[in-house]
Each structure stands twice: as C-alpha cells, then as structure tokens.
Design a binder for this molecule. Structure first.
Ligand code: SF4
Ligand code: SF4
Length: 308
C-alpha cells in the first residue's frame, strides 16, 4: 500500500512585518524645491527627554518591529547617533531602517553601520540633484552598500520630476551600473500624484507600464481593502503624535496617542481603508493592505522598498 505523500515542509510566512515610521526630526539640512513638506513645517527636533519617552514606548511593542527613522533629515539631528540609534539597539529588540539624504559624513555613516550591524533592515538613500552631484552621491551610496552587514539592504530613492525624466533615467542607469537598486517616486502634490503631460512613453520606459508598490511609489487608492494600519503599522510625527497612517493624519483621523506624553494605544482589529490615496509604499510592502501584495518571509531583504 502506498504511503500518503508527505507534504513539503515550508517555513511559516509571516503575514505582516510590524512597522513604525518615526519622524525623528522635522528639520532638514536641505531645502529641495519639490519637498512635500513645506519649509514652514520642515523644522523642529525632539529633545532628549522626548526621545527617551519614545524609546521607552518602543520597548513595550511586542515582538520585533521595524522602526523606520526619517525626517526632515535624521542624521542632521545631533541626538540621532548619540541617543536614538543606541537607544533602539540597547533598549529594544527591534530592527532599524533609515531614510536619509546621505549628507552625513563618512565617519557618521560608519558609526551608524557599526552600531546597527545585524539589526539594520533598509538603508534608504534619497538622491536630490538640487544638492548633490549624482556620481558623488552614488559613489557614496555604493560605499555604504559595500559596508552593510548581511540581511541589510540599500535602496536609492529619487523623486521623478515632470519634465526631467531624462535626468531620472540617467541617474537610474548610473545607480544600476554600480549594482544599486533605484526606486522611483512619482512627484506628489497636495492634490495627489502629479501629471506628466506628453511624457507617458518616457515614464513607462522608466518605471514600467503597471508597476506595483515594489517597483515604484504611485500613491494608489486601496479604498475598501482591509488594512492593518493602526494595528501593526503606525506613524509617529516629530511632536510624538502616533497616527494609524499618513492618509489618516492628513484627514485628522486615526490618532492613537502621543508617545512623548502618555503613550499610544494601537487598534486591535484591521479596518477597511476609507481613503482615496495611499501615499507611501511602506504599508503595502509590509503586508498591511490585504490583497495588494503577496506576503513574503520577514527577512529584512524582503522589505526593501521604502518611501524616500
Ligand atoms: S532632503 Fe528630503 S526632507 Fe529634506 S528638503 Fe529635500 S525632500 Fe525635503
Ligand atoms: S491602505 Fe494606505 S491609506 Fe488606506 S488605511 Fe491602509 S495605510 Fe492608510
């Protein structure tokens, strides 16, 4: 008699990578003309006591979360390397990711990579041609990529500006020639994703005909889909307010509390997305939006695409 076939043993696939997007500083040392954050808003740096409260709160999150640090510019906050990074490494079990314009000194970057070795998930370097030479930037990014510990990954982000697609294509080619992953972000305005009049073919050549959230940030609508934002994903702004997601904050909804003062209470169940635009690729790429992306194993390399 034939024995029943033994089903193949597969590693369990986690459905979601719990993730916080933390604006560790409002201020930035650049002033890009296309920045989605207005100069009036792009200011402020949390103080040591506030950062301490945030770190204490993160230490209470169950399991291993990905804490994605952004700004403004994270490295331009003197306490980022002095307090935030060591605090996350020493006081929590979480992974760290960072979104940076890569203006930090080689010594500061080296210190960051040393301190986060084995716990760094995604190093996201945003290329801003108004401030840097692309070759110098990409050489610096390649040097960081060569220093990453196993499991970490570097992505080069670039906002693709209308009328400047050739410039973006040039940067993409230069990045890929250095073995770097280039991730395009369509230009966003307060009303949504910008148009690219007369540039449809060039845009498709650059980002593909129908890119998913792993290929480009198009800020699509997931209205009606079940989303775990507020449960396994939330954002924290420079004032410590925790929001279920960026769209919710924009609508003045989804406030979970303030982690500088009193903490935040996550929701216990997912909800149907009520918004017309999901401006960030992090929720779908971390498995928060049901039916959008097949979930992948929760290795740090599986969650490589990030907002820049
Ligand atoms: S580097 Fe980023 S945060 Fe800073 S001004 Fe430019 S787009 Fe804005
Ligand atoms: S799908 Fe996007 S916009 Fe909608 S609730 Fe989830 S994170 Fe927010």
């Amino acid at each position: 008699m034939l024995e029943p076939a033994t089903p193949p043993v597969r590693a369990p696939i986690p459905m979601r990578q719990p993730t916080v997007e933390w604006q560790v500083a409002g201020a930035c040392n650049y002033d890009c003309s296309y920045c989605i954050q207005s100069p009036k808003y792009r200011r402020g740096r949390p103080e040591a006591a506030q950062l301490d409260a945030a770190l204490a709160f993160f230490s209470t999150l169950p399991g291993v979360w990905e804490i994605k640090c952004s700004g403004g510019e994270a490295f331009a906050h003197p306490l980022f390397l002095q307090q935030v990074v060591p605090g996350l490494m020493d006081r929590t079990p979480h992974q760290i990711s960072v979104l940076t314009n890569l203006s930090a000194s080689p010594a500061a970057l080296e210190a960051f990579l040393d301190r986060t070795a084995g716990r760094l998930a995604v190093f996201s370097a945003s290329l801003h041609l108004e401030h840097v030479d692309p070759d110098a930037f990409l050489d610096k990014a390649a040097a960081v990529a060569a220093r990453l510990s196993p499991g970490a990954r570097l992505v080069v982000n670039q906002v693709v500006l209308p009328g400047k697609l050739a410039e973006a294509a040039m940067c993409k080619a230069k990045a890929e020639a250095r073995g770097l992953r280039w991730f395009p972000q369509l230009f966003k305005t307060k009303a949504g994703v910008s148009g690219y009049p007369g540039e449809d073919a060039a845009l498709a050549a650059l980002i593909g005909d129908a890119p998913g959230p792993r290929e480009a940030n198009l800020a699509p609508s997931y209205r009606g889909r079940r989303c775990w934002a507020g449960v396994d994903y939330f954002t924290v702004d420079k004032e410590g307010f925790a929001w279920s997601c960026r769209s919710a904050k924009r609508h003045g909804e989804g406030l979970l509390g303030n982690i500088f003062d009193g903490g935040a209470a996550r929701w216990t169940t997912p909800r149907a997305c009520p918004y017309d635009r999901c401006p960030c690729t992090v929720p779908p790429n971390r498995g928060m939006v049901e039916g959008v992306q097949p979930s992948r194993p929760s290795t740090s390399t599986a969650w490589a695409e990030v907002e820049g």
